[in-house]
Ligand binder design. Structure first.
Ligand code: BES
Ligand code: ZN
Length: 638
């Protein structure tokens, strides 16, 4: 134990000038994993979206003691932060947004001087605390009613309709609205929490769940305790509270959901334990203990969010036939790419999302075979091509390392799909066995550390290319990461992946009937290929024929319905309007909501009044992430 502590402190000292072996709460290293992760000190690892100056003073551990007030829609309590600081550091700078501060003290309760700086509409305000020698500080605060990370749902917005619900979404820079800490993905922190919720509710978080049933809390309600003993990026601290049931799926997997949803959720997720095993077989041990998921109410703004030990999922992936579980493979893969090795800054988010999208496809191949995986890779390639069409084939926004993009990291067709294609291309050139062994060792070498494009390429050159000049030339590494456009060596999807669908598309375009018998046998990927491959301009009778023959407006598959609504509304097809209305009021996932509003907005005098009417009703149901996207569309179309 002692030796390990020394090792981890030496590790810190070597990588960061912030070492302070005298800190009263230096974490005892319980495992061989580093308990205090290094801060990268290179220009491309500097995070302009955080006010923190971690090389002077940094947070290493966060202890939350909070109460969720559903009536006031605010979270109140304390955050106690362990600090490592250079001996000469006078203060520590934290991120905060909209927090109402009650007090800032040292561990013993002695007040510390602090100042809130100028508020930036996106970044919030720097909170500078004078340390006065303290290495543990306590902040008492209340979150704002409009804290962007949090969504407080009324009972009507849940499946059970009886209890309210609360969830948080931290990525990218939203957690500063409810946790005052250094909110930068390159500053890893361990954490623990005690959360009090009303008596009838249950709370879960993205760490070890220490009190599954909760315990009585002084002052009423139930308290739930959690612990994350591995250093994680602070955007991965996540909370959900509501009427939540649990169903085990395997020895280390399970699903939480509202009681009304738990059966459907468990049925859709039966393969999860196998997915974890497949992930480990591919790229090394799953290091987080349990892999559980929570299926949230439909307002959740994303498909999924890879919160450690507890992936958050939209209920819109519940198709009834497991056809959309690529989402689960994706969030699981983030347990390696993203949560273990983490982009140091958001302009490098392809290191999280692109590597994960590649890994996701490998899990899908392991479970369901190369046919399904090849189709999903071909859909991803088409999404990438759409991004090139939209942005311009050699626009700056088509670079993987995208220093212009701050928060989101850029277009998903680039970050996810071009990112995955870079790895797929590299795999094809060096051979799968060699590639897999490199990627597995990459996760080991950089476990619990931040990553940048430059470090990624340096690792690839040292451990895969190893000075082979011919190979270096064939890989075109710098072009993939730093240049716009698609490098000439990109591997193309198998043209046979969708051969029957492409044939049916050809026949329909030539005037043939809607292919109802084929459609009935097609997989979801094939149906998506078909709908997205239809001509963007279609006369009303042809749309009506498709809708009738294939049952598109009534599709129970959210991905298929979304693709259809975009096509139908772009052609001002009136019967799609009530279907769009139902869809927009039934869920708040940005990926589905934004394109519908963008399409309606693009249809001028026909579409805008419809968009305005629907948004007036739907907006109060959406999370800030989704209203942020749609507000922009309704202002300027974008
Ligand atoms: N980490 C992302 C979600 C995210 C991205 C949150 C950017 C905040 C900013 C998550 O892993 C993700 O990629 N979700 C996708 C699903 C996936 C199958 C492509 C989604 O939500 O659609
Ligand atoms: Zn992702």
């Amino acid at each position: 134990m002692r030796l390990l502590t020394l090792v981890s402190l030496a590790f810190l000292a070597a990588c960061s000038p912030a070492a302070d072996p005298g800190a009263p709460n230096a974490q005892e290293a319980a495992t061989a994993e580093p308990q205090v992760a290094p801060i990268l000190d290179t220009p491309e690892a500097r995070d302009v979206q955080s006010y923190a100056r971690p090389l002077e003073a940094r947070v290493t551990h966060v202890a939350l003691d909070l109460r969720a007030d559903f009536a006031a829609k605010r979270i109140a309590g304390t955050a106690t932060l362990d600090v490592q600081a250079r001996p000469d550091a006078k203060s520590i700078v934290l991120d905060s947004k909209g927090l109402e501060l009650k007090s800032v003290t040292d561990e013993g309760g002695k007040p510390l001087r602090y100042a809130l700086g100028k508020v930036d509409p996106e970044l919030g305000a720097p909170l500078t605390v004078e340390l006065n020698g303290a290495r543990r500080i306590r902040i008492a605060y209340v979150s704002a009613q409009d804290a962007e990370a949090l969504q407080w749902l009324t009972p009507e917005q849940t499946a059970g309709k009886k209890h309210p619900f609360l969830f948080s979404q931290g990525q990218a820079i939203l957690n500063r609205t409810w946790v005052p800490t250094q909110d930068s993905p390159g500053i890893r922190q361990t954490w623990e929490a005690r959360i009090v919720v009303p008596e009838s509710l249950k709370a879960v978080m993205s760490g070890e769940r220490l009190t599954p049933e909760g315990e009585p809390a002084e002052g009423g309600g139930r308290a739930f305790r959690f612990r994350m003993d591995k250093p994680v990026a602070p955007y991965l601290i996540a909370l959900a509270a509501g009427d939540i049931a649990f169903q085990s799926l395997g020895p280390r997997t399970g699903v939480y959901a509202e009681p009304a949803t738990i059966r459907a959720a468990a049925a859709e997720l039966v393969d999860t334990e196998k997915m974890v095993a497949a992930g480990e077989k591919l790229y090394g041990p799953y290091r987080w203990g349990r892999y559980d998921m929570i299926v949230l109410p439909p307002a959740f703004p994303y498909g999924g969010m890879e919160n450690p030990t507890l992936t958050f999922l939209t209920p819109t992936f519940l198709a009834g036939d497991r056809s959309l579980v690529g989402l689960v493979a994706h969030e699981l893969a983030h347990s390696w790419s993203g949560n273990l090795v983490t982009n140091a800054v958001w302009p490098d988010s392809w290191l999280n999302e692109g590597v994960t999208s590649y890994f996701e496809n490998r899990i899908m191949e392991a479970l369901y075979g190369p046919g399904r995986a090849g189709q999903e890779a071909a859909l991803s390639f088409a999404d990438m091509e759409s991004a090139f069409t939209e942005l311009g084939a050699s626009a700056a926004g088509t670079r993987l390392h995208n220093p212009d993009e701050t928060t989101e990291g850029g277009s998903s067709g680039i970050v996810y799909d071009k990112g995955a294609l870079f790895l797929r291309t590299t795999e094809r050139i060096v051979g799968r066995e060699r590639f897999d062994s490199w990627l597995r060792s990459y996760f080991d070498r950089h476990a619990f550390q931040p990553m940048t494009s430059a470090r990624f390429l340096a690792d690839l050159r040292s451990n895969l290319v190893k000075g082979d000049k011919a190979l270096e030339e064939r890989l075109m590494l710098d072009e993939w990461v730093y240049k716009p456009g698609l490098p000439a060596n990109a591997v193309r999807p198998d043209p046979k992946a969708f051969a029957p669908v492409d044939q049916a598309l050809g026949a329909f375009k030539a005037g043939g009937a809607a292919p109802a018998p084929l459609w009935a046998r097609w997989t979801t990927a094939e149906r998506l290929r078909f709908v997205n491959g239809l001509p963007r301009e279609l006369p009303r009778p042809r749309l009506a024929e498709l809708d009738r023959a294939l049952g598109l407006s009534g599709s129970g598959n959210a991905e298929v319905l979304s693709a259809w609504l975009q096509l139908a509304l772009a052609n001002r097809y009136p019967p799609a309007v009530p279907a769009a209305e139902r869809f927009l009021l039934s869920m708040g996932r940005g990926k589905f909501v934004a394109p519908v509003f963008r399409t309606l907005w693009g249809e001028g005098e026909w579409g805008r009044p419809i968009a305005e009417r629907l948004y007036a009703r739907a907006r109060p149901l959406y999370h800030s992430v989704t209203t942020g996207q749609v507000d922009k569309i309704m202002k300027e179309g974008g």
